[in-house]
Design a protein around this ligand. Structure first.
Ligand code: CTP
Length: 192
């Protein structure tokens, strides 16, 4: 009830993609973390989730009938194996928390998706960007992956800009530093 595991993601990239799709006239459902503080995107149906498990269930419920799924969420790969009912009190010495794997949502989608569903994932790396991201594209059976290097200035968490490489089975295309809104438009241009 007091402490939890999360990460630096703010949701800005996902919200920018939702806005870009809405501006193109798409019927958009935005799966949004309850910890996200961004203003609502007009004309978009927002579905809140809290945990990686909630997000998995929301994707299963909402994405299978869609034409496209864009997964910009920084989903946790591990969760605590046991969730404490009461506050965990301190004691002398070290403390360890047992973690278990969460479901890999895009891997599930890749294995179960209908033919017509276009799947775009995201990939954040600190080295071997194209090689590592292409491996994810293939492993999870995605149609496109938007990769960024956390170490490049202007890319990554919290900022309003991004520097991405868009990878499909036809190759990799590096885009210049631009706003997350413009990156979102470029992504939608590629799959629309
Ligand atoms: N993703 C997912 N389910 C998870 C974790 C990630 O669907 N449990 C999605 C993310 O939304 C993103 C893509 O998978 O679109 C990222 O792929 P992943 O292999 O998880 O990348 P990393 O987390 O960067 O991988 P690693 O931790 O191995 O570097």
């Amino acid at each position: 009830p007091v402490r939890y595991l999360t990460n630096h993601s703010t949701g800005k990239m996902g919200y920018a993609v939702a806005r870009a799709c809405m501006l193109r006239g798409a019927d958009v459902t935005l799966l949004s973390s309850t910890s996200c503080t961004l203003p609502d995107v007009p004309f978009v149906k927002k579905v809140p989730f809290t945990t990686a498990k909630d997000l998995f269930e929301a994707v299963q419920a909402h994405a299978m009938d869609a034409d496209a799924l864009v997964m910009a969420a920084a989903v946790a790969d591990y969760r605590p194996a046991n969730v404490a009912v009461d506050k965990v009190k301190k004691h002398d010495g070290e403390m360890n928390i047992a973690l278990e794997r969460t479901d890999d949502i895009l891997a599930w989608v890749g294995a179960h998706k209908p033919e017509k569903l276009f799947v775009c994932g995201f990939s954040m790396e600190t080295r071997d960007l194209v090689e590592n991201s292409t491996a994810k594209l293939n492993k999870k059976n995605m149609d496109m992956i938007v990769a960024n290097n956390l170490k490049v200035p202007g890319a990554g968490f919290g900022v309003d800009t991004n520097v991405v490489t868009i990878i499909t089975r036809n190759g990799a295309e590096q885009l210049p530093l631009q706003s997350k809104d413009d990156v979102a438009m470029a992504i939608v241009d590629r799959f629309a």
